[in-house]
Ligand binder design. Structure first.
Ligand SMILES: [Zn+2]
Ligand SMILES: [Zn+2]
Length: 344
């Protein structure tokens, strides 16, 4: 079968022909309906995360059950499912709470999940090590639902933690209206009565943000001007939440200027920006966090929201064979919403 392979740091992905996997006891084979093209894959290919090549990329996956390994019950061939991405040990306290993203045994586990050290979903089929990692999609089409498992789940987890701060009269700022940001705006709209400001360096993405429910949009190509514009909107209270979906130095330098006292600064983008966290550098009472992905139960909640039409991923589908081209489009900011690779 065709698969998009990570072949080493500093090299573009390559399409290889690899054997179709067979599910062992407890495992499930998924026929892939779509695999999201995520910006973090660019970091995986360009920086050294310690992942050992080669493996199949794609950590945002959905499809249909194709074959059940011995002993698997509760699923049947043809069921539409999303694959929960962060694969933990399945046994520790965090995993038992469905928070495999915070598995206590992460250091002993090989890879972070399919597409992140282990074979992922940019292929015709994907082997999932346990049925517990599958969430039913009902009538959602897998190619449209694939981004829910990361682009929606990651901001959902971040926003859910922030909800007690997001009451009426407060402001949330979303920096970066890409795959995660375009979902974050919709999630905030659906979950909290906050004023939403979206910031991006691309006016097309800001128009998109408006359509998705942002109250104000600000171009942040020039950090000082953007900060001033946003401060005019928030007033002396500042933002209750700054959700940085980019995380580069420029967006972190912007973010810190926007925070109110007793606020939340949440960085989900992998841009590697730094902040000198000390008395005087950050408003009093600010909680800074770098949450990772989300829990399996949160994925169920995200899927339930999508099934009710409260959120949707703006998906553009591409054939698997165009993977390298789609990654370079993503890198140069030419993808609006989420690109999803679909096997032919
Ligand atoms: Zn991702
Ligand atoms: Zn665990």
């Amino acid at each position: 079968m065709q698969a998009v392979r990570f072949v080493g740091v500093g090299r573009p992905p390559e399409i290889h022909d690899i054997p179709k996997p067979t599910p062992g006891p407890g495992q499930v084979l998924i026929k892939i309906g779509g695999a999201g093209v995520c910006h973090s894959d660019l970091h995986v290919m360009e920086e050294d995360f310690g992942f050992v090549p080669p493996f199949t990329l794609g950590h945002e996956n959905a499809g249909w059950v194709a074959e059940l390994g011995q002993g698997v019950t509760g699923l049947k061939e043809g069921d539409a499912v999303a694959v929960y991405g962060p694969w933990g040990c399945g046994r520790c306290h965090a995993c038992q709470l469905s928070m495999e993203n915070y598995c206590e045994n992460w250091a002993q586990i090989e890879g972070f999940g399919g597409g992140l050290g282990l074979d992922g979903g940019m292929a015709e089929y994907m082997l999932v090590p346990s049925a517990r990692l599958l969430v039913p999609l009902g009538d959602l089409p897998p190619a449209k639902a694939a981004p829910l498992s990361d682009a929606a789940l990651t901001p959902y987890h971040a926003i859910k933690r922030a909800l007690p701060n997001l009451h009426a009269g407060t402001t949330a700022v979303v920096i970066g209206v890409g795959g995660l940001g375009h979902m974050a705006i919709q999630l905030l709209r659906a979950l909290a009565p906050v004023h939403i400001i979206a910031a991006d360096i691309d006016d097309t993405k800001l128009e998109h943000a408006k359509k998705l429910g942002a109250d104000d949009v600000v171009n942040n190509r020039h950090i000082d001007e953007a900060a001033e514009r946003i401060q005019e909107i928030t007033g002396p209270r500042g933002a209750a939440l700054v959700l940085d979906c980019v995380g580069v130095q420029a967006t972190m330098d912007l973010g810190v200027k926007l925070l109110g006292r007793n606020s939340l600064w949440t960085i989900v983008g992998l841009g590697g920006g730094r902040h000198d966290f000390r008395h005087g550098s950050t408003p009093y009472g600010t909680s800074v966090s770098i949450p990772y992905w989300g829990s399996r139960i949160e994925l169920m909640e995200v899927i339930a929201m999508a099934r009710e039409g409260r959120i949707h991923a703006d998906v553009t589908e591409y054939p698997l064979s165009q993977a390298a081209d789609v990654y370079s489009k993503l890198k140069s900011g030419q993808i609006t919403g989420r690109a999803v690779l679909v096997p032919q």
